[in-house]
Ligand binder design. Structure first.
Ligand code: EPS
Length: 380
């Protein structure tokens, strides 16, 4: 069973991800993890913090001579802007952040809540997910997250771009979209929001290719892969909605316009769909909580960051009198970063499902069992 937890405050000494159940025998490429960490720090609309930080991963345990041992991996990202002990308390909670609710729930300070609620914690979720991506690549599974809408402006992905080219296009876009013609309009909208003291949200899409049949199961609710993915994505800071395939649009169409017909094409026998080709992929690669040989397509809605330079109405927690919410240094827009984060948490859940199906002690055993299943499935 592959799982992880994180620890750390936004301005504490470091962030840690403890990854448990990762198979032995994978040579870790820490440079590739660092590239994802840098991508998470980027994207147009980021604030001053990212100029202070240069996020890199330090693998503290679970490896010998660069290879995983099957024992827990502790992944660390240092906070250069460590200043937690010197930071002041906030008296005027920010609407939309955890400030008010957390301070009441824990009968404590706003600072004690916001430091952990901050999306800075996603740095180590990216480290864990980026590691998971390296396992997926051993099985020919590739993942890509990109922005499809920002500040209400649609950014339809350029159709049918091959995966490596699409990744290069995403990385070259200032807002991590696959729609170069839309980027300048969105950049201007972010500039406008910045000068208005406002913030912007958006929609992220993640596509996963090369998935075999049968990750996840129909047999029990908490092992359905769609449910696990939704939980992982929804648990990212500021995410307010998740949809798979057609998502909410499926509710508006008759069944004949929703479900993906099944054909057979012997020429496709070598592909992940084993020749069971589907002319459409409205299901987004999942049927009954299991992968169906099609690419996975999942989207997430991210609300605008709740720290506004032009503050929203709030109160002073001590006097209860009306006051504008506190302003803390923040970002105008972290939607591009969220594309990387959603990609990484999705990759982690898929790696967990892959281990559920093919075992998790060692990479070599997983690969042998994967091949055995593939050969048996071809006889079905
Ligand atoms: C973040 C670092 C934070 C914020 C942002 C995410 O830096 P600081 O608060 O020191 O400026 O930019 O935090 C939030 C969006 C939030 O809700 O708290 C990061 O590294 O991603």
């Amino acid at each position: 069973m592959l799982r992880y937890w994180t620890a750390g405050e936004s301005h504490g000494k470091a962030l840690i991800a403890l990854v448990d159940g990762f198979p032995a025998g994978l040579t870790i490429d820490t440079d590739a993890i660092d590239r994802d960490l840098q991508l998470r720090q980027g994207g147009y609309g980021r604030g001053g913090r990212q100029k202070l930080e240069t996020d890199t991963v330090d693998v503290l345990s679970g490896v010998w001579r660069g290879e995983t041992l099957g024992s827990p991996l502790a992944l660390q990202v240092i906070n250069r802007d460590y200043k937690l002990e010197r930071l002041r308390e906030l008296e005027r909670p920010r609407p939309g952040h955890g400030d008010l609710t957390g301070a009441i729930k824990y009968l404590g300070t706003v600072r004690g809540i916001l430091e952990r609620a901050s999306a800075r914690e996603t740095a180590v979720r990216v480290a864990a997910g980026s590691l998971a991506k390296q396992l997926l690549q051993k099985f020919g599974i590739e993942t890509l997250g990109y922005v499809v809408e920002l500040g209400g402006i649609a950014l339809p992905p350029t159709p049918s771009t091959e995966f490596t080219a699409a990744r290069a296009q995403r990385d070259a876009s200032p807002i991590y979209s696959l729609c170069p013609t839309g980027d300048p309009t969105v950049v201007a909208a972010i500039d406008q929001a910045a000068s208005d003291g406002d913030t912007l949200g958006g929609v992220l899409e993640v596509r996963v290719e090369g998935l075999p049949f049968g990750l996840g199961t129909h047999a029990q609710w908490d092992r359905k892969l769609d449910g696990r993915l939704a939980q992982a994505v929804m648990a990212i800071q500021a995410i307010k909605g998740v949809e798979i395939g057609l998502g909410f649009e499926a509710a508006r169409r008759p069944g004949s316009q929703v479900h993906d017909p099944i054909h057979f094409d012997a020429e496709h026998r070598d592909g992940p769909d084993l020749g069971f080709v589907r002319p459409t992929n409205h299901a987004g690669g999942l049927e009954a909580g299991m992968t169906n040989g099609q690419p996975l397509v999942i989207r997430a809605a991210k609300k605008p960051i709740s720290t506004l330079r032009k503050p929203l109405a709030s109160i002073d927690l001590d006097t209860k009198s009306p006051k504008g919410a506190n302003y803390e240094r923040s970002d105008v827009c972290a939607v591009p970063a969220a594309a990387v984060i959603v990609e990484c948490v999705v990759a982690f859940e898929i790696a967990a499902a892959l281990i559920d199906k093919f075992g998790g002690d060692s990479l070599a055993e997983m690969q042998a069992r994967y091949q055995l299943f593939h050969d048996m499935a071809l006889k079905r």
